[in-house]
Ligand binder design. Structure first.
Ligand code: PLP
Length: 399
């Protein structure tokens, strides 16, 4: 049968890993699972209680507002002020989305159409690479990092790639998608980098969509910058924020897009045709989470940082040298030299078969990701130590 829009999608390599994981578990093996960035930590109690209370009120069973309740948008604007000293008008510069993923995908529908192009780094979170295509547009990839580099710093490499891609493009891109701290590479940037990006966008009349999914996950005192902190960002940028990682509310599907008024209005209009908003008790509970559990993201950050340390220390101890990321919930590990004859998919399969450890093969995040596997910090420290012992046995060629 012929299908539209999904035909060009590459086969989902993560499905192969999931299949192997399921088989191993069915055979009784205990797989330490770093595969999927699906937070294992609970959502704030206060949000769960509020959800349950609000769900008992039949008024909340009706359709809600697709752009989000006014108090939810206000809570988002208040958080931006507190965290990044950014002023946002909750009525015109904030729209609620059904998670960042839905927001970004539909954002592409309003910004792009057939014949348009978008610049996306590779590797990237899969929807960043696929989203423009769902809108009929073509993606131009730029390397996220130098694959041989041992640092998680996009620096000049990324900008050089951006400039080259711009110059070479016969149809000038309308959109640049980026996301820092970055999934899967954990690349982190400072405010000066964001300023450079905004200046580039203003100069070339292009829109920047910054996915800020790991906004609250910086380590060792590093605080990820919001692109909205840059003066004049509102002229050319929008940013996605989500409660998924910051408040460990992945299944609740609450996100936001903030920034440029015209783009916020356009997405709001599209969404008014497409959906009736997240279930109202969920929106009410999200307001409570943001207003009354403001320090919850800090508590999560401490846990993720400890997990990062355990995994990084363990990997380096067994001879797999991996730099410690400054943010995100991922470790982006270059396949050790002694095993570099494996593709990332083969290596990830090998780790399941021989070490009972599941990772994500880098190639699943675009061609630029091959040669690496990604560990998501979703296992506790004890299980992480178990994984290190397994890896040591399974990788005898490490020094
Ligand atoms: C960069 C990035 N954006 C968005 C998401 C998903 O966010 P949400 O659950 O809000 O759709 C993820 C989840 O892994 C992500 O890594």
């Amino acid at each position: 049968m012929e299908f539209r829009r999904i035909n060009g999608l590459p086969p989902y390599v993560f499905a192969q890993i999931n299949g192997l994981k399921a088989e191993a578990r069915a055979a009784g093996r205990d797989i330490v699972d770093f595969g999927f960035g699906n937070p294992d930590l609970p959502s704030p109690d206060i949000a769960v209680e509020k959800l349950s209370e609000a769900a008992h009120n039949p008024k909340n069973h009706r359709y809600s507002a697709s752009r989000g309740l006014p108090n939810l948008r206000l809570a988002m604007a208040t958080r931006y002020k507190k965290m990044w000293d950014v002023d946002l008008d909750p009525d015109t510069e904030v729209v609620t989305t059904i998670g960042a993923k839905e927001g970004l995908t539909h954002l592409m529908w309003v910004l792009l159409g057939p014949g348009d192009t978008a610049i996306v780094p590779s590797p990237s979170y899969p929807i960043h690479l696929a989203g423009p295509g769902f809108a009929g547009a073509t993606v131009i990839t730029v390397p996220m990092l130098d694959p041989a580099s041992s640092e998680n710093d996009p620096g000049d490499d990324f900008f050089d790639g951006l400039v080259t891609a711009w110059e070479k493009a016969t149809v000038k891109p309308r959109v640049i998608i980026c996301s820092f701290p970055h999934n899967p590479t954990s690349a982190c940037v400072d405010l000066a980098f964001m300023e450079r990006l905004v200046n580039f966008a203003l100069e070339h009349d292009v829109i920047i969509c910054h996915d800020f999914a790991y906004a609250d996950l910086g380590f060792d005192g590093y605080k990820p910058p919001s692109i909205m902190q840059v003066p004049r960002a509102k002229e050319c940028c929008v940013e996605l924020y989500t409660l998924t990682k910051s408040f460990s509310m992945a299944g609740w599907r609450v996100g936001f897009m903030v920034g440029n008024k015209e783009i916020v209005a356009a997405l709001t209009k599209l969404k008014s045709y497409l959906d009736y908003g997240t279930f109202q008790p969920v929106q009410i509970a999200a307001i409570v989470a943001m207003n009354e559990a403001q320090s919850y993201p800090d508590e999560l950050q401490v846990i993720y940082q400890a997990r990062r340390d355990t995994l990084i220390d363990g990997l380096n101890r067994i001879g797999w040298e991996v730099p410690a990321p400054k943010g995100s919930m991922f470790i982006w590990a270059r396949i050790p030299e002694q095993y570099r004859d494996h593709s990332s998919l083969d290596f990830a399969k090998y780790l399941i078969a021989e070490a009972d450890v599941a990772t994500s093969p880098g190639v699943g995040f675009g061609d630029g990701g091959d040669g690496h596997v990604r560990f998501a910090l979703i296992e506790n420290e004890l299980r992480t130590q178990q994984a290190i012992r397994n890896l040591k046995k399974a990788l005898p060629k490490l020094g």
